[in-house]
Structures are given as structure tokens and as C-alpha cells.
Design a protein around this ligand. Structure first.
Ligand SMILES: Cc1cc2nc3c(=O)[nH]c(=O)nc-3n(C[C@H](O)[C@H](O)[C@H](O)COP(=O)(O)O)c2cc1C
Length: 167
């Protein structure tokens, strides 16, 4: 009976993962930290929770190296990637083997004290103060109070079918 349940659970997870491959998502890099003590990761779970008041929601794996820096500094920045920033999406997803501050080398960043780093050439940057954290299923659902945002006119980078695609 237990084995059957586990099989069903695994099948449900596989089906769900497959279904989510069809969800086209914008691609962001979430950054946090100060100075050289910085970190960032590629994320698609970035949601506009509310416009009035402005609040951003991100789901972060509890094993993320960036989460402790968000908690410590009380803030983060979401950088929504533009169509030419696929390489950075790969780097910040850990696919090139780089970690922490190493991932920032070679591109231009502007520090917002205690609220992470803004990427030059990003489609949009949203700076947040950590407002609330909900722990669920090995993730931190992080709600950010938006301190400020900036946008560029450019194409977007999206993730669908397991691939990054320029729009
Ligand atoms: C397309 C894509 C979307 C991702 N979205 C998220 C996300 O929303 N939340 C998250 O915690 N990790 C997400 N990840 C995984 C992290 O980018 C990856 O685990 C990264 O290496 C974490 O950095 P770290 O090793 O420095 O903790 C995503 C990865 C990819 C390729």
C-alpha cells in the first residue's frame, strides 16, 4: 500500500513537472548581500503579489545560498532579464559551476545597500525590503515590500519547455 502511494506521489510529481514545462515564465536573477559578500540565483517563481500596495513574491529553495543573505540584510533585488542575457541566466542557475560573488564577474552591477544588486541592461529591476516569510515544503515564500523599480525598453528572456528563449 505504501509503495503504491509512493508510486502515485512520484507519478503526480512527474506529471506536474511536465505540465509546468508548458508555463512560459519571465526569467529573473534575485540578488542579495553587501560588497563581496553577495549571492544571486536564477528564478522563475517571481510574482507580482499586489500593486496597491506594491509587493513582490518569490519562492526560494531553503538550500539556496542567497536566502541567508536576504534574511541577514533584510532585502533583495529582482532583476528581470532581457533577451540578450541568457548567459547570465545559465551562470546564476549554477550551470557554469560558479558560486556566490564569482557569478557577478564580467557584468555591471549597482549595489542598493541591504537590498541587493541591480544588473545593468536588465529589463526591469525591483528593489525590496523583506516584509514576510512563509515556510512551506522546503521553500521560503518571500514577500518583498517594493522600495523602488526601474525599467528599460528591450526584449524579454523567457523559460519554456526547459529552454531559455529570447522574445
Ligand atoms: C529556469 C530556472 C528557474 C529557477 N527558478 C528558481 C526559483 O524560482 N527559486 C529557486 O529557489 N531556485 C530556482 N532555480 C534554481 C536556482 O537557480 C539554482 O538552484 C541556483 O544554482 C541556486 O544558487 P545557489 O547554488 O547559489 O544556491 C531555477 C533554475 C532555473 C534553471
Amino acid at each position: 500500500m505504501l509503495a503504491l502511494c509512493e508510486t502515485e506521489t512520484q507519478a503526480a510529481a512527474d506529471n506536474f513537472r511536465q505540465a509546468m514545462r508548458h508555463l512560459a515564465s519571465g526569467v529573473s536573477i534575485i540578488t542579495a548581500g553587501t560588497g563581496a559578500d553577495r549571492s544571486g540565483f536564477t528564478a522563475t517563481s517571481v510574482v507580482s503579489l499586489s500593486v496597491y500596495p506594491p509587493r513582490l513574491l518569490v519562492s526560494i529553495d531553503e538550500r539556496s545560498a542567497t536566502w541567508p543573505l536576504i534574511e541577514l540584510n533584510g532585502g533583495f533585488t529582482a532583476n528581470l532579464l532581457s533577451s540578450g542575457q541568457k548567459h547570465l541566466a545559465e551562470v546564476f542557475a549554477g550551470r557554469t559551476g560558479l558560486h556566490g560573488a564569482e557569478r557577478f564577474v564580467g557584468s555591471e552591477w549597482r549595489e542598493y545597500l541591504y537590498a541587493g544588486f541591480a544588473l545593468e541592461g536588465a529589463l526591469a529591476t525591483v528593489h525590496c525590503r523583506l516584509e514576510e516569510v512563509i515556510e512551506r515544503h522546503g521553500h521560503r515564500l518571500v514577500i518583498g515590500e517594493v522600495l523602488g523599480s526601474r525599467t528599460l525598453v528591450a526584449g524579454a528572456l523567457v523559460y519554456i519547455g526547459g529552454r531559455f528563449t529570447a522574445l
